[in-house]
Design a protein around this ligand. Structure first.
Ligand SMILES: Cc1cc2nc3c(=O)[nH]c(=O)nc-3n(C[C@H](O)[C@H](O)[C@H](O)COP(=O)(O)O)c2cc1C
Length: 446
């Protein structure tokens, strides 16, 4: 028998006892109970059980629980790492829902997924949702069965499947699951695991990578955000001169460090223009083509899919020739457009960034990086947000190096206030939201 897994890998099965092949083939056409399978391979001994257990571990088989003809729950693997192991529960055991379980709508179905189990359980009846709700607190198996509005034996089987699928587990005397006592899962947050699982291949169901899921349905976002306001032109540095006068690359890399102490003076417009020109300007345009059906730009920083999904917003406190305000950098025009000159807006973004880095003195500029998310999600499945965050890292390093080469100083900011950014810019965070900040200024101890 040749078995092809959902991940596209093939495995040759060599049924080791008479009837095992018949029993396994029968599973291709529908669900079978234990007794029915044993009936197809009466002389197989425990060979059939071993083979079924192996297939379950590989996430190839689904387990289901039914009340008569009505399917209550179906458990399947979402990865080759799924480890579905049938369990027998004892009365008196207490169970609880896993922190890594997620209930959601998937197309027409309600599913509950276990991240740590790499499983998806299709919920077939409201009684199952009631059991899940009651599992928010640790509860006794007997109590759960009694309150399930199902025949007791069916309710027990249902609980056993929830545990086999990793959605619930047995707790200790203090009501803790193994996943909370164990320092490995115990220190992981649900959403971090969810993002990692879905942005890498093999860990969860679903495509990861270039799919163009919305081609023909929505238009891709333009390569450069349209300019809607008057542009304040920025000075352009003389690149030929910089090639000669810049410190050597090795020196820039070795001198680079995070700077959190700034002098009171002002940046010049030349410095601001040079910094942005060196890191963020558009160097060239490429129109959409058959193999790359969206327009792209080339800039000093690399970007996943050449998407250049990051927009720069500058909260300027002190720059000669430029009034304080929040500005948007226009990378094609190499200029700025004013978002707001309101003092409170500048203060909110600058104070938040300074608080995160413990800045001494106010930096001359805080750069906020905001992602136009649909630049990524029009092209990719699974990894769009992960790629955006990688692009932020790329940008951070480019800004660190440019600042160092220019004898300026800066520091990346890990936790910025995206709500403040939303109310200041009026942007819907689902569409475009801040994903990183960088404080930039004239270092105190240069
Ligand atoms: C992604 C990222 C986020 C950071 N977030 C902060 C931050 O919020 N506050 C801060 O003071 N430094 C932050 N930093 C700077 C690091 O603390 C700094 O790079 C590290 O301590 C090493 O020091 P160095 O940059 O001087 O080599 C961040 C750096 C990176 C790369």
């Amino acid at each position: 028998m040749l078995l092809t897994t959902p991940a596209g890998r093939s495995r040759l099965l060599r049924p080791s006892a008479p009837g095992v092949a018949d029993a396994l083939f029968s599973l291709a056409t529908g669900a079978r109970g234990d007794a029915e399978l044993t009936g197809l391979a009466p002389r197989a001994g425990d060979a059939l059980e071993r083979e079924l257990a192996a297939l379950l571990r590989q996430g190839v088989l689904n387990l289901r629980c039914a009340d008569g003809d009505r399917e209550l729950l179906r458990v399947g693997g979402t990865s080759e790492l799924a480890a579905i192991t049938p369990v027998r529960l004892r009365p008196g055991q207490r169970l609880r829902l896993s922190r890594f379980a997620c209930l959601r709508r998937l197309d027409e179905q309600l599913v509950v997924e276990s991240l740590t189990g790499h499983t998806r359980l299709v919920v077939g009846a409201p009684q199952v949702a009631t059991v899940l709700a009651r599992l928010a607190e640790p509860r006794d198996v007997g109590e759960l069965c009694a309150g399930a509005d199902l025949p007791a034996a069916v309710a027990l089987e249902l609980l056993e499947l929830l545990v086999a699928g990793g959605v619930a587990g047995a707790v200790d005397e203090t009501g803790r699951l193994q996943e909370d006592a164990d320092p490995v899962p115990g220190q992981r947050e649900f959403h971090d695991v969810l993002l990692h699982w879905h942005s890498r291949k093999g860990l969860a169901a679903g495509a990861v990578g270039t799919v163009y899921p919305f081609r023909g349905r929505f238009r891709p976002l333009p390569a450069v955000k349209p300019v809607l306001k008057p542009v304040i032109a920025l000075p352009r540095p003389d690149l030929a001169r910089l090639r000669k006068s810049d410190p050597p690359f090795a020196e820039v890399v070795e001198e680079r460090r995070s700077v959190r102490r700034f002098v009171r003076g002002s940046l010049t417009l030349d410095q601001l223009g040079e910094f942005l020109y060196r890191t963020a300007r558009v160097r060239g345009h490429t129109p959409a083509a058959e193999d790359m059906p969206y327009a792209r730009t080339n800039r000093p920083v690399p970007s996943a899919g050449a998407s250049q999904d990051l927009e720069l917003y500058l909260s300027v406190t002190r720059c000669r020739g430029l009034p304080s305000g929040v500005y948007h950098y226009e990378p094609a025009a190499h200029g700025l457009t004013l978002v707001t000159a309101e003092r409170d807006a500048v203060l909110a973004l600058v104070a938040d960034a300074c608080g995160s880095v413990g800045a001494a003195g106010v930096p001359q500029v805080v750069v906020t990086l905001a992602a136009r998310f649909n630049r990524m999600s029009w092209k990719y499945r699974g990894l769009s947000y992960a790629a955006t965050l990688k692009n932020v890292g790329v940008f951070y390093q480019a800004m660190y190096l440019a600042a160092t080469a220019m004898r300026l100083g800066g520091c990346a900011v890990g936790a910025g206030d995206s709500a403040a950014f939303a109310w200041i810019t009026g942007l819907d965070p689902l569409e475009e939201s801040s994903v990183g900040e960088f404080v930039l200024g004239i270092p105190l101890d240069r």
